[in-house]
Design a protein around this ligand. Structure first.
Ligand SMILES: Cc1cc2nc3c(=O)[nH]c(=O)nc-3n(C[C@H](O)[C@H](O)[C@H](O)COP(=O)(O)O)c2cc1C
Length: 180
């Protein structure tokens, strides 16, 4: 950002301070839950060879050309050091028939892959074979943002199949029902 633009932004923040206590944390989460999302398992292989898999609904497309996507991870998550050090990660988009995986990968465990069949992807990332879609990404950049870290990835390889997506809305797993 140019110095003059940065100065204007700083001056505007002084003129328009954010009122304290305007935002209730529970309400914030409840409002965010009104934004329905898909469900993904983001996987990687850490530098020491450890496999990681995390249930994530903060996945989003960013750019078509070049093909960029992002997702966010709580910086204090046990898997964060592996993701920060990894050169590759894979985004496995879950189908409605895979809802059991979303709970499994949302629960901390020393080896989440012990009883899960996987194949090996770019960077030796574990891939979930029956995912509805998969984006294999080279890690481009990580950005600290509040209590989360944003991971930006460049999609290098992808796959997708027909099927119903798993949906997460207002704290519940759902299947989409088309409007007639
Ligand atoms: C539907 C759903 C979506 C989630 N999305 C995210 C997310 O976007 N970012 C995040 O940090 N945690 C998210 N979580 C929580 C993580 O999956 C959970 O904290 C997990 O244990 C982290 O993996 P780790 O313990 O191996 O680090 C989500 C959980 C669920 C059930």
């Amino acid at each position: 950002m140019a110095a003059s633009a940065a100065n204007a932004l700083a001056a505007s923040r002084v003129r328009n301070p954010i009122p304290e206590r305007l935002l209730d944390a529970v309400d914030f989460r409840r409002a965010l839950g009104r934004f329905a999302t898909g469900v993904t398992i983001v996987t990687t292989r850490g530098p020491a060879g450890r496999t990681e898999g995390v249930t994530v609904n903060s996945f989003s497309s960013v750019s078509l050309d070049p093909p960029l996507v992002l997702w966010c991870l709580q910086s204090a998550a046990p898997s964060a050091p592996s993701f920060l050090a990894a050169d590759w990660f894979a985004i496995n988009v879950l189908g409605a028939d895979q809802h059991h995986l979303s709970r499994h990968f949302a629960t901390p465990h020393p080896d989440k892959f012990a009883a899960i069949a996987t194949t090996s992807g770019l960077g030796d990332c574990p891939l979930l074979p029956s995912a509805l879609a998969r984006f294999e990404c080279r890690a481009e950049r990580s950005i600290e943002a509040g209590d989360h870290t944003i991971f930006l990835g460049r999609v290098v390889r992808l796959e997708h199949r027909e099927g119903e997506p798993l949906v997460f809305s207002a704290g519940r797993f759902c299947v989409p029902s088309p409007l007639t």
